[in-house]
Design a protein around this ligand. Structure first.
Ligand code: SAJ
Length: 432
């Protein structure tokens, strides 16, 4: 243990990062920045080729820095796994999606675990970062790694540390985002805390891998449930004839005991809509009904239909049916100022509008094209003509780089589901 501790402290340790997505790649390069020799592993040949050409595909990783780390011999990317045995530490950052049945899909963790198991060497430190249900590390990875007679905490070290990467966040990076770490044994926690302590300003050790897994699920379930709450408050305000945005704004003046969340067209991204269902699945397996998670899921997933219902009302009040109405959607990414639209609620709104017979076009400066089954759309220019020829402009994602004052001025009607228009008042401006 002393030997590996020393080479970690001297930044001589070889670090393997398995899975080079928006979590693994920034982490790999942060260790490289600190002088470690880092080998990234990914099953996608296109990613490995792109990286080895010095081209980053992750928002927060500059290609120039990637090139610098490659030429300094501190980062390399591999599509095969034989070099795993040469690493002193291996950090697993693979996806944990949901299956169609809404059950956890831990197949990527198992596949990664198998690759590590086949090449596990004495003294290695293995850390799982993928968001998953409490018990995954202990129940799925530990037995795998102890198969060849190794004992955790003696022959190798095993820990869980939740990823807290917020793509595009200009303030919080890996270095200044506290890192929670929980090991199978105290020695495992100590080793993982020592490793992360080389790249992160603050490490938060907890008592077990299950505790660390649960911390992450609390963080993101907290968000999903509070977003569900504010979406239900929005539905209440609509029925009460109140402006929910005014209510939230005023409530946010409370300097303690309140935290603002904002209603919207639904819940997007590949963290918040998914992570709570990992906890829900585990609890149902223990015969416990996770009511808040279920209810938040019902409310959040009802929001796209609520948006379409509102648009139908708005058109009817102007003597038009939704069918045949021309709608110009502004913003389709899952949240503002990002280009990711894979899990965006805007796509659900688009599908529902198409089903209702509306004619839709969209503008999103971050998203050049969208495919919905057989329907393909490309982002239209935001022109006065485009706004004037639409019955209603619908703001679904409030990207910062649009001139909403101009949009309200030129559009015949604006329905704003994100309060991108803030305090603007106009007879042709309506809000969720
Ligand atoms: N959303 C709302 N109302 C809100 C906040 C979010 O409708 O008040 C929607 C967003 O539009 C989006 C979805 O919820 O569709 C998720 O938004 P998010 O702000 O949670 O952004 P994510 O999915 O990128 O979440 C990540 C998470 N980071 C990690 O899991 C490491 C989350 O824990 C962060 O708090 C969040 O970024 C963040 O703060 O940006």
């Amino acid at each position: 243990m002393q030997k590996i501790k020393k080479i970690i402290q001297e930044h001589q340790a070889k670090i393997g990062v398995l899975g080079l997505g928006y979590v693994g790649l920034p982490l790999a390069l942060e260790f490289a920045r600190k002088g470690f020799s880092v080998t990234g592993f990914d099953v996608d040949p296109r990613r490995v080729q792109s990286l080895m050409k010095g081209q980053s595909y992750v928002l927060d990783v500059e290609s120039s820095f990637l090139k610098e780390m490659i030429s300094a011999g501190r980062f390399t990317a591999r599509q095969t796994f034989e070099d795993l045995s040469a690493q002193h530490a291996v950090i697993i950052c693979v996806p944990t999606p949901l299956r169609k049945s809404r059950d956890p899909d831990v197949s990527y963790i198992l596949a990664a675990g198998e690759q590590v198991h086949k090449r596990l060497k004495a003294g290695q430190l293995i850390i799982l970062e993928s968001t998953t249900y409490p018990g995954t590390t202990q129940e799925l990875l530990l037995p795998l790694f102890e198969k060849n007679g190794f004992r955790v905490g003696r022959d190798f070290y095993l820990a869980f540390s939740p990823e807290r990467v917020d793509p595009g966040n200009r303030v919080y990076k890996i270095r200044n985002t506290p890192k929670v770490v929980g090991g199978v044994t105290p020695a495992c926690t100590e080793m993982a805390a020592l490793l992360y302590g080389q790249v992160v300003e603050k490490v938060i050790p907890v008592s077990s891998t299950e505790a660390a897994e649960m911390v992450k699920l609390l963080e993101n379930t907290f968000r999903a449930v509070n977003i569900g709450l504010i979406n239900e408050i929005a539905l209440m305000c609509h029925r009460l004839g109140l402006n929910v945005w005014e209510i939230v704004e005023a409530a946010s003046s409370k300097p303690f005991g309140f935290m603002s969340f904002y209603p919207g067209p639904g819940l997007g991204g590949h963290c918040i809509p998914i992570d709570p269902h990992y906890l829900a699945w585990k609890m149902k397996a223990l015969n416990f009904e996770p009511r808040f998670i279920e209810l938040a899921g019902v409310i959040n997933s009802s929001m796209p239909r609520h948006v379409v219902q509102r648009l139908s009302e708005i058109m009817n009040q102007r003597g038009r049916a939704l069918k045949g109405s021309r709608l110009f959607l502004l913003g389709v990414a899952y949240k503002k100022d990002v280009s990711d639209h894979r899990e965006s609620p805007a796509l659900d709104v688009m599908k529902l509008l198409l089903e209702s017979g509306a004619e839709i076009a969209y503008h999103d400066p971050f998203v050049p094209s969208v495919s919905l089954g057989k329907e393909h759309f490309s982002s239209q220019k935001l022109t006065e003509k485009a706004l004037r020829s639409a019955d209603c402009a619908v703001i679904l994602t409030g990207h910062s780089n649009l001139d909403y004052k101009w949009v309200v001025k030129k559009a015949r009607l604006v329905f704003d589901t994100r309060n991108a228009t803030q305090a603007m008042k106009s007879p042709n401006l309506l809000r969720l």
